[in-house]
Write a protein that binds this ligand. Structure first.
Ligand code: FAD
Length: 465
């Protein structure tokens, strides 16, 4: 297996497949002189871009500035699997786990969010290779099938267009000897090319009048009473009435954000395009976004040119470092490549073209939350925990409403007013993460102490087992 993985990885490009395109837009100039604005958005990923667009669409006269430390989409938003879901709470089961009493309203908000998403990409002519084949959750062990049936029941109770598949049914969708059952959910969901989406949103935000500066990092926020002064890396100061911190796992803007947000990373591989014969051998004609039930979960999808994007191998570096050098070492991708070939043994000989990792803002809630600072003049919106391609539009909308005094009824629901649990600081965070990552990697093969450990972590708030 290692030999096969090593061979398939040789010659791989160590950067996100999504960002490796000649048509990437030009980088905008950094902010070099002092300025002031009504709303400052910090972060040029999906949350920040959606916030800029929605703020200008609600009020074209609002003066909105967006600053991005690097380039737009070079954080999580240019690196994901790109599976799009209707849920704004990391799936229906997670919504039922965290906010059972509001689940119907959260479902309604999820649908509303996806309609808004579709409306925006249509109106602004954003071609992000969207495909609406739905989401498929696949059981990789016969013992996982009963849990899928329970989840399917929950889907039906909430009116989802969802089909439960047995072994033959799931293999008729995607031909893998690892699959023993599945749920195919067809609620407006599927896949997008995330970088094309982010670049399209960047264009739309600029056309709407957002003043967008790249290579401009927020260094410090000073509370001036009526306004906030944001100091940037190149010395220009921004005086803003309100600040939305859309900084994901980077969690910058206030050191207290990190108490609840753990910066983990996830690894992803892209294959070379599959030939027609290879495509025929795997089926996958409905081109769903796929998650499996492995303890160290894998997700996958097809690209427009029939590559397979295959991701899912969490890691944590001391202090929550987001791009440690270890992510440039090819051998750290071998277990993921191994999982790929155990899923598709018929693709032996296929090579990977790209390998990369990206930051995930993990919280015990596993879904967006809002932290308020400076008497409500600054709000952090984040914590999607690896499920934010479409939920970020919702996070941005609620974050803006909280900054505006929570005028919408949904901003008074528990998800908007409560917080995920505080996570212990270093070195306990690192130690806990090390043991947990090791248990996640080996629980399926070795069992033993690993299951009780993962159950304990689940009881502490992280739903891992
Ligand atoms: C490997 C991987 C796979 C994923 N797969 C999926 C998936 O299939 N489906 C799904 O729904 N979600 C997925 N996600 C999650 C999804 O990508 C994120 O939830 C989403 O992109 C978050 O967007 P964001 O704008 O909040 O964060 P980001 O895109 O990370 O944007 C934050 C931005 O803030 C900037 N920034 C940070 N600090 C500062 C500062 N001081 N000053 C200025 N700018 C700053 C950063 O440079 C960054 O660009 C995945 C994530 C990863 C990493």
């Amino acid at each position: 297996m290692t030999q096969q993985a090593r061979k398939a990885l040789s010659g791989v490009t160590m950067k996100p497949f999504w960002l490796d395109r000649p048509d990437a837009p030009d980088t905008r100039f950094p902010l070099e002189t002092a300025t002031q604005c009504d709303l400052l958005i910090v972060g040029g990923g999906f949350t920040g871009l959606w916030a800029g667009i929605q703020a200008k669409e609600q009020n074209p006269d609002l003066d909105v500035v967006l600053i991005e430390a690097g380039r737009v989409a070079h954080g999580a938003s240019g690196r994901p699997g790109g599976v799009v879901s209707t849920s704004v709470m990391h799936g229906l089961s997670n919504a039922a786990r965290i906010f059972p009493k509001d689940i119907d309203e959260l479902e309604r908000l999820g649908h509303e969010n996806m309609h808004g998403f579709l409306d925006t990409i249509t109106r602004h002519g954003i071609d992000c290779h969207a495909e609406w084949g739905g989401e498929l959750t696949v059981a990789v062990d016969p013992d996982h099938v009963p849990a899928l049936s329970d989840e399917h029941r929950l889907h039906l109770e909430h009116g989802h267009d969802s089909t439960l598949l047995d072994t033959d049914g799931v293999r008729a969708q995607i031909n893998s000897p690892r699959y023993f059952g599945g749920i195919w959910s067809k609620n407006i969901s599927g896949t997008v090319h995330p970088a094309l989406l982010a670049w399209g949103l960047k264009r739309a935000a600029i056309e709407l009048g957002v003043r967008l500066y790249e290579n401009t990092r927020l260094k410090r926020v000073v509370d001036n009473g009526a306004t906030l002064i944001v100091e940037t890396s190149i010395g220009a100061r921004i005086k803003a009435s309100k600040v939305l911190l859309a900084t994901n796992a980077f969690a910058e803007g206030d050191r207290r954000i990190k108490r609840r947000v753990v910066a983990v990373r996830d690894r992803v591989l892209a294959t070379e395009p599959l030939s027609d014969a290879q495509m025929q051998s795997i089926g996958w004609q409905n081109r769903q976004g796929v998650y499996d039930t492995r303890t160290q979960m894998n997700y996958m999808r097809l690209t427009k040119d029939n590559r397979i994007i295959f991701g899912g191998r969490l890691a944590y570096a001391y202090g929550g470092e987001i791009s440690p050098s270890v992510d440039q070492e090819l051998d750290t991708y071998e277990p993921l490549a191994g999982a790929f070939f155990s899923t598709f043994p018929q693709l032996d000989g296929l090579r990977f073209s790209h390998a990369w990792s990206g930051p995930i803002d993990l919280t015990t809630r596993m879904a967006v939350h809002f932290q308020r600072y400076h008497g409500g003049k600054a709000v952090y919106a984040g914590g999607y925990s690896g499920f934010g391609v479409s939920a970020s539009r919702f996070g941005a909308r609620i974050g803006l409403d909280i900054l505006n005094g929570s005028r919408q009824p949904e901003s008074h629901l528990e998800f908007a007013t409560s917080m995920p649990t505080v996570v212990p600081p270093e070195p306990f965070r690192w130690l806990g993460a090390e043991i947990t990552m090791y248990a996640l990697d080996t629980a399926d093969e070795k069992g033993g102490w690993r299951r009780p450990w993962l159950n304990m972590v689940t009881k502490l708030g992280f739903p891992l087992s």
